[in-house]
Design a protein around this ligand. Structure first.
Ligand SMILES: Cc1cc2nc3c(=O)[nH]c(=O)nc-3n(C[C@H](O)[C@H](O)[C@H](O)COP(=O)(O)OP(=O)(O)OC[C@H]3O[C@@H](n4cnc5c(N)ncnc54)[C@H](O)[C@@H]3O)c2cc1C
Length: 503
C-alpha cells in the first residue's frame, strides 16, 4: 500500500526546465538546505521526500519540499510558481500532524510541498484583549505555555501538544471548548498573484478595536479555511477567558443505553449545564482514558466560579443518578489521589483548562508511540462525520459502526464530541498493524463508513486524501460548487495552489 508511483522520480528526471528553474530559485529564496528533492538522500529506489504516513495512504508524487521561514519567503516562493508554467501545484502544511487524514501528503500527484513549520513566530499577543498573532509553525504547547497563569487560555485539542494551532484550525479541527474555526479572527494569506492580504480582524497599534472577525461586507476569513485560494502565513487567534474553577464529571453507561444516555446528555447541553465539548467515548476509544471494559465513558466539563462549579457538578451528578442510565458517576477523580483514574482525570481537567500537556502522555496512550514516530511506526485512519445530536441519530451511528465490524472485522473506536446542542462531531478511528492484512481491512472499513454514513445523511466535515471526490458527491447544491470554482478561477487562474481535499 505504500508503493510509490513511478512518477516519484524527482525534478531531475521528470519535471521540465521551468520546474527545475523555479525550484532552483526557491532554493535561492529560502536557502539550498531548506529545499528537499525526492530520492536524493538514498542510493536506492526513489523515496517520497515526505516520508511515510501513519495511514499507509499511497505516497503522492512530490517534486520537492520547500521550507520557508518567513511570510515574505512564502510570498516570493508562491510568486515563483504563479504563472503556472512549472505544471506543479503548491500544497501547504503547517506542522503536518494531520494523522489519519493524510499527514503531510497532498491529495494529488505533482505537488511542490510548502512545509511552514519553520514559520514559528508568535508575532504579538495581548492577554487583556484576548488575542495572539501566530504563524503556522506555532504549536499549541508553545502558545499555551505563554498563557499559563494568565487570565486567558487556548482552546486546545487532544492531539499532540506539538501540532499547529493554525494548521488544525484551517482544517476545521475541534478543540475541547469548540471547533477551532471559531477562534480564527483574522488570516494573513499569500495569494497566487504574489500579493499578501490580511482578512478579518488584525490589531491596530494606535487603537484597541474589538476582536471581531467579520468586519463589514462579505466575511472573508472562512474563504481560506479548507481552501485552495491561498497560503496562510499567520493568523490572529482568539484567547478565551480562563474560568476561575473547572471540574470534569466522569460517567459510564452500557452500550445498550446509547440512545437514552446520549439523549439525557443532550438535555444537559441544551440547558447550559456543560461548558465546552462533552466527550462520549465508546469502549474502544475509552481505553486510553481508563474506561471500564464494555462501557461507554463520558466527560462533562463544568466551569465558572468556584460556587457555580460546585453547584453545576452537583446538578449534573444528581441528574445522572436520577435518570438511572449511568452505571457510575464521579465528579471528584481529579481531587482524590486515591481515585483509580486520578492521574488521567487531572490531565483531562488541565486540557479543558487550556493545557495541551507537552509530555503527550494521553496522546501516547491513544497512539502507542510518540508523535515523532507515529508516521513511521503507527497505523490508523480517521473518519469524521457530523451527526445530529439526538439519541436516535447517535444510536444509529453506533449501529453503523457495528455493521462495519460485522462486514470487515474492524472494531472502530468512536468519540462523540458535542458541538452545541444540535450537532455531534463523530471521530471514528481504525487502528491497524502496519504489516499483514489489517491495513487493507481498515481501508475497506473506511470506504464502507463513507458509504453507510453518507446514505444516512451523516456527512463528513473533514476528508482524507483518498476520498476527495466526496466533496462533490456530498455537496447539497451543485451551483454552490460551481460558484466556488469560479472563485478559484478568479483568484488563482493558473490553479497554482493544490486543490487539496475539498476542491
Ligand atoms: C490521538 C489523536 C488525537 C487527535 N485529536 C484531535 C482533536 O482533538 N481535534 C482535532 O481537530 N484533530 C485531532 N487529531 C487529528 C490531527 O492530529 C490534528 O487535527 C492536528 O492538529 C493536525 O495537524 P497540524 O496541526 O500539524 O495541521 P497540518 O497537518 O499542518 O494542516 C492540516 C491541513 O490544513 C491545511 N493547511 C495547513 N496549514 C496551512 C497553511 N498555512 N495554509 C493553507 N493550508 C494549510 C492543509 O490542507 C493541511 O493538510 C488527533 C489525532 C490523533 C492521532
Amino acid at each position: 500500500m505504500t508503493v510509490l508511483p513511478e512518477s516519484v522520480t524527482g525534478p531531475h528526471a521528470s519535471a521540465g526546465a521551468s520546474l527545475r528553474a523555479a525550484l532552483a530559485e526557491a532554493a535561492r529564496v529560502v536557502g539550498a538546505d531548506r529545499v528537499t528533492h525526492p530520492g536524493e538522500e538514498t542510493a536506492g529506489p526513489p523515496v517520497s521526500p515526505l516520508g511515510p504516513n501513519v495511514s499507509l495512504y499511497r505516497s503522492r508524487a512530490v517534486h520537492g519540499v520547500v521550507r520557508p521561514q518567513t511570510a515574505e519567503e512564502v510570498r516570493r516562493v508562491v510568486a515563483l510558481f504563479a504563472d503556472g508554467t512549472t505544471g506543479a501545484r503548491l500544497h501547504t502544511f503547517s506542522t503536518g500532524g494531520n494523522w489519519g487524514l493524510g499527514s503531510r501528503e497532498p491529495a494529488a500527484d505533482g505537488a511542490v510541498v510548502l512545509d511552514l513549520s519553520g514559520l514559528d513566530q508568535i508575532r504579538d499577543i495581548d492577554v487583556a484583549q484576548g488575542w495572539a498573532v501566530v504563524e503556522p509553525g506555532v504549536t499549541q504547547a508553545r502558545l499555551a505555555h505563554l498563557l499559563a497563569g494568565t487570565e486567558r487560555m487556548l482552546n486546545v485539542t487532544v492531539s499532540s501538544a506539538h501540532t499547529s494551532v493554525v494548521g488544525n484550525a484551517l482544517d476545521r479541527g475541534v478543540g475541547l471548548r469548540h471547533q477551532r474555526v471559531e477562534d480564527l479572527m483574522g488570516l494573513e494569506v499569500a495569494l497566487p498573484d504574489g500579493e499578501t492580504v490580511r482578512v478579518g480582524w488584525w490589531p491596530e497599534p494606535s487603537r484597541p478595536t474589538p476582536v471581531y472577525p467579520h468586519g463589514l461586507g462579505p466575511s472573508l476569513v472562512q474563504l481560506f479555511v479548507q481552501s485552495d485560494l491561498g497560503v496562510v502565513t499567520a493568523a490572529t487567534v482568539r484567547l478565551l477567558p480562563r474560568p476561575e474553577a473547572l471540574r470534569v464529571v466522569r460517567l459510564h453507561f452500557t452500550p445498550g443505553q446509547v440512545e437514552e444516555a446520549t439523549a439525557e446528555i443532550r438535555r444537559w447541553v441544551a440547558q447550559g449545564l456543560a461548558s465546552g465539548v462533552v466527550k462520549i467515548y465508546n469502549e474502544a476509544a475509552a481505553k486510553a482514558y481508563g474506561g471500564p471494559a464494555g462501557q461507554y465513558l463520558v466527560h462533562v466539563c463544568v466551569d465558572g466560579t468556584a460556587r457555580s462549579v460546585a453547584a453545576l457538578s452537583a446538578v449534573v451528578t444528581a441528574e445522572a443518578e436520577r435518570s438511572g442510565l449511568f452505571s457510575a458517576v464521579s465528579a471528584t477523580d481529579a481531587e482524590d489521589p486515591q481515585a483509580a483514574n486520578h492521574d488521567i482525570a487531572v490531565r483531562v481537567e488541565r486540557a479543558y483548562a487550556g493545557d495541551p500537556d507537552p509530555t503527550d502522555v494521553l496522546f501516547e496512550a491513544k497512539t502507542g508511540r510518540p508523535a515523532a514516530r507515529l508516521d513511521e511506526e503507527g497505523g490508523f485512519l480517521f473518519f469524521l462525520p457530523l451527526v445530529p445530536f439526538t439519541g436516535g441519530a447517535l444510536a444509529r451511528a453506533d449501529a453503523l459502526i457495528e455493521q462495519v465490524r460485522v462486514e470487515t472485522g474492524v472494531r472502530c473506536g468512536a468519540t462523540f464530541n458535542t458541538l452545541g446542542a444540535d450537532v455531534v462531531d463523530c471521530v471514528i478511528t481504525m487502528r491497524f498493524a502496519r504489516r499483514g492484512d489489517e491495513a487493507d481491512a481498515a481501508h475497506l472499513a473506511l470506504d464502507r463508513l463513507y458509504e453507510l454514513f453518507a446514505t444516512e445523511g451523516f456527512i463528513p466535515y473533514r476528508l482524507d486524501i483518498d476520498h476527495t471526490d466526496w466533496a462533490d458527491r456530498l455537496a447539497p447544491d451543485a451551483g454552490a460548487r460551481a460558484f466556488a470554482r469560479r472563485l478559484k478561477d478568479a483568484v488563482d487562474p493558473r490553479h497554482v495552489i493544490a486543490p487539496g481535499r475539498y476542491a
